[in-house]
Design a protein around this ligand. Structure first.
Ligand code: SF4
Length: 367
């Protein structure tokens, strides 16, 4: 499925189902706000049907997703029960496929064999890090080579493969996270998710945080690091489908979140910082002190260009001593294109980051 065909995902949360133990950073019960008890068949069906009510007439591909645990680590008969419930919806023609997340060390040939008769389309592998020392410290119970083997097996079996990684893990610095990202990219996943490590109540990491053994990333450090990873994956044409934990009331009201780089719009912060960086490059390239400028972007990217609470505008004004910056929407500009013009009309800069620079008469081009 091409990245543009983002599916409508119906989640079925199975907190810690199939997990051999609790990894230091994890508390799925808190994140998913679901009971640790396996949902009954009737509960799953009711939940799926309630999500289906939100399907828009312009129907996207629909997938039922088993998240929150280690799917292939679940008891064989229970896997069959879950897949059978989901498959009924596929046979009814309402749903297109099934996806799930699983640990790399449980993705084996035998386990894949169980899936063969079911319409599973996508497998997400929880790699988290590709550094064995970090994996050990995080009590993951598997090594980086398990992720390599799992990705190979899943791809060879024809599944769409996603890989999840984390940043800010105990024992892993920024360079380590970038190295993890590069190794994951080298496995050729169809997409990745990047989760900054946060400190959740009732996780082993909570104790480490309280006794000073672990310090999480700040939000700004997390955003900058995830930005570097996002750009690296983008360069390799690997879709980043999620950056940051899914917002929830419990995460936002602080009842389960002790510390760490959680923000309900984390992905927006990352993309906004990329926009800011691009304008910084354009302003530096202009070589002259501009006093009043207009930034034109596609209308749906105005808030991205401005940044949260206009932070990009304040940053650029301060850094370049610009008196006035206006951001306007231009429906003719493709997504992720920024046009910068000095309001006095003296200079106009155009940058096309997606497809190379376009040379237009009278417009200076920077690549
Ligand atoms: S990180 Fe994954 S394998 Fe580890 S406890 Fe959480 S759900 Fe289970």
């Amino acid at each position: 499925m091409p990245p543009s065909e983002k599916p409508f995902v119906i989640p079925v949360f199975l907190p810690h189902a199939g997990c051999p133990h609790q990894c230091v950073f994890c508390n799925q019960k808190a994140i998913t706000q679901s009971s640790i008890q396996a949902p009954t068949t009737a509960q799953i069906e009711t939940s799926i049907r309630s999500y289906l009510r939100y399907l828009t007439p312009r129907r996207k591909p629909v997938q039922i997703a088993f998240f929150g645990g280690n799917f292939l680590g679940i008891d064989h008969r229970e896997i069959l029960r879950l897949l059978n419930v989901a498959t009924t919806f596929v046979h009814e023609g309402i749903v297109d496929g099934i996806r799930f997340s699983t640990r790399p060390d449980t993705l084996t040939k035998d386990r894949l064999e169980i899936l063969r008769k079911f319409p599973v389309s996508t497998i997400e592998i929880g790699a988290q890090s590709m550094n064995d020392a970090v994996l050990t410290l995080c009590r993951r119970g598997h090594a980086a080579c398990d992720t390599v083997g799992a990705a190979f097996l899943a791809k060879a079996a024809g599944y769409e493969v996603g890989i999840q990684m984390m940043v800010g893990l105990p024992g892993e610095d920024d360079d380590g996270a970038i190295s993890t990202g590069r190794q994951i990219a080298g496995l050729g996943p169809d997409f990745v998710r990047i989760y900054p490590t946060v400190v959740l109540e009732h996780s082993p990491l909570a104790n480490w945080y309280r006794n000073g053994q672990y310090t999480p990333l700040s939000i700004s450090a997390g955003v900058s690091l995830v930005k570097r990873l996002y750009l690296m994956f983008q360069d390799r044409n690997i879709a980043v489908i999620r950056m940051g934990l899914q917002a929830s009331t419990e995460l936002e009201n602080g009842s389960i979140l002790l510390a760490g780089p959680f923000h309900p719009a984390f992905g927006h912060l990352v993309i906004a910082e990329i926009y800011r960086d691009r304008v910084v490059e354009l302003l530096k390239a202009s070589g002259s002190a501009l006093k009043s400028v207009t930034l034109r972007v596609n209308p749906k990217r105005i808030s991205t260009m401005r940044g949260l609470k206009n932070e990009n505008i304040s940053y650029l004004k301060n850094k370049f001593s610009i008196r006035h910056i206006d951001v306007t929407g231009d429906p003719l500009l493709p997504d992720h294109h920024i046009c910068l013009a000095e309001d006095s009309g003296g200079i106009a800069l155009w940058r096309n980051d997606q497809e190379g620079a376009e040379n237009k008469k009278g417009i200076r081009v920077f690549t």
